[in-house]
Structures are given as C-alpha cells and as structure tokens.
Design a protein around this ligand. Structure first.
Ligand code: 3HC
Length: 311
C-alpha cells in the first residue's frame, strides 16, 4: 500500500539518494517541488526587472556590459528552473499563468524599486549575496533535476555578488554624495534582503516537511543568521553602517544579534501589496501578451514539421 511506498521513499531520502523524475514520489513531495521550483524560476525572471531598469542608464560602458551579462544570466537561470520543474509534469505556460493570476509567488525582494545606481550595487551585493546563501545548500536538495540546476546556477552567482560589491566599494570610496547614496541604498535594502529567507522558523508552514524530505537543507533562520554574519564585516569594510542599532556580536552564539525585519510588511508584500507588485506583474503580463504571436508561430511550425514527418 501507500504506507510501504512512503516508507521506502523516506528510506531513500534518509540514505541521501537523489530522487529522479521517473521515481515514485508522494504527491505532496511533487507539489512542494513544483511550488518551490516554479516560484524560484519566477523570482529569476521577475528579478530581471529592477536591474533591467538601469541597463540604459549605467554610468559607464563597462558597467552596462556587466549588468547586461548579469540580467542575461538571470534569464538563463529561469530557463534552467522552468525546465527542471517541467520534469514534474507541469508546463512553463501553466507556471506562468499561475504567476500572472497571483496563485504563485516570486521573491518578495523584487517588489522594491531600484531608485538609483547605488541600488544596483546593493542589489548585487545583498540580494545576490542572500540568493547565494539560500542556493548553495540547495545544490544538495533531494530532487535530482533541481540539485543539478542549482549546481549550474551557483557557478554564475558569485560574479553577480562580486560586481555588486564592487559598485558599492567604488561609491563608498567616492565623493560624499556617492557615499551618501551607497549608505541610503544599504538602509533601504537591508531588511528586505533579510526577508528573502522567508518568515521566522516558527512562522514557516513548509519547513518541517521540506526538511524531512531534504528538499530544504537549512531552516530560514539558520540561513538568515549566516547571511548577517557574513555581510556585516563587508559593510564595515565599505565604511557603511547597517541600519540596526541592536546589531551586536554575541560571543557565546558565535554570531550577531540583530533586529528582525518588519514581518507585517513582509506578509503585505507577499500578499501583493508591496511598492512594485502591480508594476512587476503588469510587465510580465505585457511580455506574455506581446509574445503570444511568437509562441503560436513556434507551435504551428512544430505541428507542420510533425505532419511532414508523418507523426
Ligand atoms: N518571497 C515570497 N514568498 C515567500 C518568501 C519570499 N522571500 N519567503 C517565503 N515565502 C512564502 C512561501 O513561498 C510560502 O508561501 P506559499 O505556500 O504560497 O509558497 C510562505 O511564504 C511560507 O514560507 P515558508 O518558509 O513556509 O516557505 P518555504 O519552505 O518554501 O521557504 C523559501 C521559502 C526559503 C524562499 C524557499 O521556498 C526556498 O528556498 N525557495 C528556493 C529559493 C528561492 O526561491 N530563492 C529566491 C531568491 S531570489 C533569486 O534566486 C534570484 C537571484 O538570482 C537574485
């Protein structure tokens, strides 16, 4: 019966085995992966919007090239993740419809505006820094296609974080106005970056089961703590101050004590009431509508080719 199948499945997980598309898996395992991988893919695609906004206004040709390369990488990460999600029996179109209807989410961070060039530095440094913290453990996630997609994506993420940190270094050591812009960007992106790791463990509805199935390797709070511990010294190196007067090194914990983000704000943002939610979904809906003729042409072409082959 199902109990035996579930017990055998759990034994494979506990034995650190990779689950592959054709293997038996509990329906809830499949649904959890579709939710997580689909929302991860949506995050990559929507994540291009705040940065794409500055490609035409980058301060130098070199910065323009770097930002172009990064935004192009994010498109590729979305493609890897949608393709990996398709191994679970959903199509990219299904997932896109659920994004546009609000049934599926994307990372809260992309609902904040990028107001100036220092924000592009803060996004690379903090947002990609947080994404790396969250994605590196996911290379060992129990679902094979997701794990392999993560291994490829992680190879490109460090460049994303380094180029952002380099922008912050340049501005923090620049004119007083540039320093002020860098500090303002840190002030506005610090707490939203902490929110990327998800609600606190006690509020997290999926963590327990996801940890049992080794879909998730660390809890939200563990990764958030690691991110703070790694990022505070970087802010000090830049001569910038983290906007948290509670921040203090805690010797016996071996990490920083820090203020939690405003969780009401977080739940408002993921409910769709953040600063840029409408704008982001509108941009994705426009892209979907504008691309309809192209998708139809591809399908018609594929059908004609199939007929020619007599399939
Ligand atoms: N933004 C939006 N929704 C979030 C969120 C966030 N930052 N954090 C949590 N949520 C949602 C969850 O999706 C869940 O809602 P749902 O049931 O509708 O999916 C609800 O809040 C409860 O949170 P849980 O902690 O119980 O949910 P999870 O166990 O799924 O943990 C997570 C949330 C840590 C984001 C986990 O899903 C995860 O690790 N996902 C894969 C990694 C990912 O998506 N990272 C996005 C980073 S951005 C990025 O990668 C782009 C980069 O290139 C910049």
């Amino acid at each position: 019966g199902t109990e035996e199948l579930e017990a055998a499945f759990q034994a494979r997980i506990d034995n650190n085995e990779r689950i592959e598309p054709k293997d038996w898996m509990p329906e809830h395992y499949r649904k959890t992966l579709i939710r997580m991988m689909g929302q991860h893919a949506h995050s990559e695609i929507v994540g291009q919007l705040p940065e794409g906004n500055w490609i035409t206004r980058a301060p130098t040709l070199e910065r323009k090239q770097i930002l172009l390369a990064k935004v192009q990488d994010e498109a590729g990460h979305g493609l890897y993740l949608y393709s990996a999600a398709e191994t679970l029996g959903v199509t990219r179109d299904d997932l896109t419809e659920q994004l546009l209807s609000g049934k599926m989410k994307y990372s809260s961070i992309f609902n904040y505006p990028t107001l100036n060039w220092a924000d592009i530095g803060a996004v690379g440094w903090l947002v990609d820094g947080a994404a790396i913290m969250n994605q590196v453990p996911l290379q060992r996630t129990s679902y094979g296609p997701y794990s392999r997609a993560m291994i490829r994506i992680c190879k490109e993420e460090s460049f994303h974080q380094r180029q952002g940190f380099d922008i912050m270094r340049k501005m923090a050591n620049g004119t007083p106005e540039q320093r002020e812009m860098a500090q303002d960007a840190l002030n506005r992106f610090w707490y939203p970056s902490l929110m990327m790791f998800g609600p606190s463990d006690k509020e997290s509805v999926h963590s327990d089961q996801s940890m049992k199935w080794r879909i998730k390797i660390n809890t939200n709070d563990e990764l958030r703590q690691k991110f703070v511990d790694q990022t505070v010294p970087q802010a000090e190196f830049l001569g910038l101050s983290v906007p948290d007067d509670k921040l203090a090194w805690n010797e016996e914990k071996g990490g920083y004590d820090f203020s939690e983000p405003d969780w009401n704000e977080f739940f408002q943002v993921i409910k769709g009431n953040g600063p840029c939610n409408e704008e982001r979904i509108e941009a994705r809906r426009k892209a979907w509508d504008d691309g309809a003729w192209f998708r139809d042409a591809l399908t018609a072409h594929a059908e004609k080719q199939a007929q020619r082959r007599g399939e």
